[in-house]
Design a protein around this ligand. Structure first.
Ligand SMILES: Nc1nc2c(ncn2[C@@H]2O[C@H](COP(=O)(O)OP(=O)(O)O)[C@@H](O)[C@H]2O)c(=O)[nH]1
Ligand SMILES: [Mg+2]
Length: 316
């Protein structure tokens, strides 16, 4: 059996091995990873790719446990991945959290993978896109990509998923001012978690504040007006509403809408990868590495205009 056949047959160890290959920085591993991805072909027909972001402590892990179990009950197979470029510092956002995903992580119909260890965001994002394809090939048809809100990682996750969820919770840092407007604009669904017990009232206020704020924003999908819902990952209240809202979104987009969105995302990822490759080649080329260093100084000092410097580097 080839590696790809093993992955398609649902062999979890083959899947884990392939992911390790993709995450490896060794040249020989990267060659094998590329060959494997070339064999993989298209994946993800009928899958749901869901991005989730939110500040530390809002309840992402607890939510993924509750939501993931709900998805299993609906007959889905759930894969959970993470984009966390800071994970060399934090030790990975999911790994330490697997305790909060106790039931999900023990279920044979679920697959949880901590984030690849650090590196620049572009590289982490590319590997995560590749890992999405792998888990889909292995039969997981609901892929959750979690990110802790650091820098541009929300944008990267929104650019590789079908729908982007922003999790909030009542309390510190969750006022309207607390969430960057740019991230709210990415959200297809804002979830106010911890809508339970003594926090229920505060959660209702956060919901109405954000409904008002979202109504002023221009929708970013033609087929969808972003929604704001309350839920409790702890009690499970509202998880069915979240499930229904995501279903509504996917239905509104339709198969063609999702396919078009993924095509655009793939094209953008290609452009990103070309830019990364061009820079990497400049750095690897001894002659142009020196030119790069010199031009970086010249641009900083104003001696050479930016666009001319860029042309000189690419043409040189
Ligand atoms: N009251 C309440 N607490 C919650 C809820 N969801 C998560 N928590 C608690 O919030 C804390 C942070 O949760 P966690 O899932 O680790 O958040 P993360 O950092 O976003 O992954 C933990 O103590 C959870 O038990 C909820 O719906 N209601
Ligand atoms: Mg967590």
């Amino acid at each position: 059996m080839t590696d790809v056949e093993a992955i398609r047959s649902g062999d979890r160890r083959a899947l884990a091995r392939a992911i390790t290959l993709i995450e490896s920085t060794r040249a020989a591993d990267q060659e094998r990873a590329e060959a494997l991805l070339a064999d993989l072909g298209p994946t993800g027909e009928g899958s749901w790719r869901i991005g989730i972001s939110g500040a530390p402590g809002v309840g992402k892990s607890t939510f993924i446990e509750a939501f993931g179990l709900h998805a299993l009950a609906q007959g889905r197979k759930v894969a959970v991945l993470a984009v966390d470029p800071s994970s060399t510092l934090t030790g990975g956002s999911i790994l330490g959290d697997k305790t909060r995903m106790e039931h999900l992580s023990r279920d044979s119909r679920a697959f949880i993978r901590p984030s690849p260890s650090g590196g620049e965001l572009g590289g982490v994002a590319r590997r995560t896109r590749e890992i999405i394809a792998l888990v889909e090939a292995a039969g997981f048809d609901l892929v959750i990509v979690e990110t802790v809100g650091v820098g541009q990682s929300e944008t990267a996750v929104a650019a590789m998923t079908d729908i982007f969820l922003l999790l909030l919770a009542p309390g510190a840092g969750d006022s309207l001012q607390g969430v960057k407007r740019g991230i709210m604009e990415l959200a297809d669904l804002i979830l106010v978690n911890k809508a339970d017990g003594p926090l229920a009232d505060a959660a209702r206020h956060v919901v109405s504040d954000h409904r008002a704020a979202m109504s002023l924003m221009r929708p970013h999908e033609k087929f969808w007006t972003p929604r704001v819902e309350a839920c409790s990952a702890l009690t499970g209240a509202g998880i069915d509403t979240v499930w229904a809202a995501i279903g509504d979104y996917m239905a509104a987009a339709g198969e063609d809408g999702i396919a078009a969105k993924r095509r655009h995302q793939g094209a953008a990822a290609l452009r990103d990868e070309v830019a990364r490759l061009a820079i990497a080649r400049l750095r690897d080329d001894p002659a142009r590495r020196d030119l790069l260093a010199r031009l970086e100084q010249d641009v900083a000092s104003g001696a050479t205009p930016l666009r001319q410097a860029a042309r000189d580097l690419l043409d040189g």
